[in-house]
Design a protein around this ligand. Structure first.
Ligand SMILES: NC(=O)c1ccc[n+]([C@@H]2O[C@H](COP(=O)([O-])OP(=O)(O)OC[C@H]3O[C@@H](n4cnc5c(N)ncnc54)[C@H](O)[C@@H]3O)[C@@H](O)[C@H]2O)c1
Length: 297
């Protein structure tokens, strides 16, 4: 989407970190901005900062995990203008410690915010973007750990794998539309995510070793990349219509052996008499015309 000037962009998690940085980068292109975040004070302050800079910006309180909040956000956005760029970015850490010790409520919350919310975002705006039949863009924040999982939170990693899966599946669905799609997969970024997670987490706060891990993660992330660089990089990717948006190339050396291991696992068929899956039939059964945009050649 080359021209962002005067286009309306809706950004979740816009009160802080990567969402706020991307919003600032969009403002530099002259986009009109709807900033949404569960933290009302922060999102209002961010919108005021952008208005002071001369941008047309509206701050909204939105819990991305709440369907009714999305209905209200959709109405507020309608009054502001037709959304052309949707950045579904809000996210939280998923909890620390061994998986079997997770609080199920915190597990459901991590999935609701990190993965399920993309459906609400798309239910609210994607239909209108498709119907416009002029360039629009959907960007979704996953993570590099949703590609190469280090030994950290299972809830966070798996919800980010889900997000990558949502983006990859949507890419096929959007292939014949004017809506471009990008999936942002940052490595470590110096944001408030550990703090926000602790403040928003439902149920009891983490204790013992899990609390210690969360604290150590805060220190490690403090030396991560500046979110401002990530936000600018993402907006360039939106302009270039790049699908994968990787900001931290140092992870490539970890991705390579992981992908090589997967490739090596393709051995002989479990049934030597089976002719092989009818993949064209599978595609046709789903009403699609093409196998997959990434492999169509
Ligand atoms: N910081 C990192 O190292 C890193 C790395 C890879 C991916 N990410 C992802 O980047 C995205 C942005 O995170 P960040 O690092 O900028 O953190 P951040 O905490 O600085 O910003 C996230 C914002 O999302 C908001 N938020 C949280 N839950 C919400 C909800 N239910 N509804 C609406 N808003 C909500 C928070 O209030 C906060 O303002 C997240 O999806 C995160 O998983 C972060």
């Amino acid at each position: 989407m080359r021209d962002l000037k005067d286009k309306v962009a809706f950004i979740t998690g816009a009160g802080s970190g990567i969402g706020l940085a991307a919003t600032r980068a969009l403002a530099r292109r002259g986009a009109r901005l709807i900033l949404a975040d569960i933290d009302e004070a922060r999102v209002e302050a961010a919108a005021a900062e952008l208005r002071a800079f001369g941008a047309d910006a509206l701050g909204l309180r939105l819990n991305v995990a709440d369907e009714d909040d999305w209905a209200r956000a959709g109405e507020a956005a309608k009054a502001f203008g037709q959304v052309r760029v949707l950045f579904s970015n809000a996210g939280v850490g998923g909890g620390s410690g061994s998986f079997e010790t997770y609080d199920p409520e915190a597990w459901r919350w991590a999935y609701a915010v990190n993965a399920h919310a993309h459906l609400y975002a798309c239910r609210t705006f994607l239909g209108g973007m498709k119907a416009l039949e002029s360039p629009c863009h959907l960007a979704i924040t996953a993570s590099m750990v949703g590609i190469v999982p280090p030994p950290i939170s299972v809830a966070y990693i798996s919800s980010k794998f889900a997000t990558l899966g949502i983006a990859m599946a949507l890419r096929n669905e959007l292939a014949d539309t004017k809506v471009g799609i990008s999936v942002l997969c940052p490595g470590m970024a110096a944001t408030r995510i550990v703090e926000t997670t602790a403040a928003l987490r439902p149920g009891a706060s983490e204790q013992g070793a899990a609390a210690q891990t969360a604290q150590s993660m805060g220190s490690v992330l403090a030396s991560g990349m500046s979110p401002e660089r990530i936000g600018e990089h993402l907006v360039r990717a939106i302009e270039a219509n790049d699908f994968y948006v990787f900001t931290h190339p140092e992870w490539k050396r970890l991705a390579e052996p992981q992908i090589a291991e997967m490739m090596a696992a393709f051995g002989p068929s479990a049934d030597p008499d089976y002719p092989g899956d009818d993949i064209d039939g599978l595609v046709a059964a789903n009403g699609a015309r093409r196998l997959n945009v990434a492999v169509r050649g």
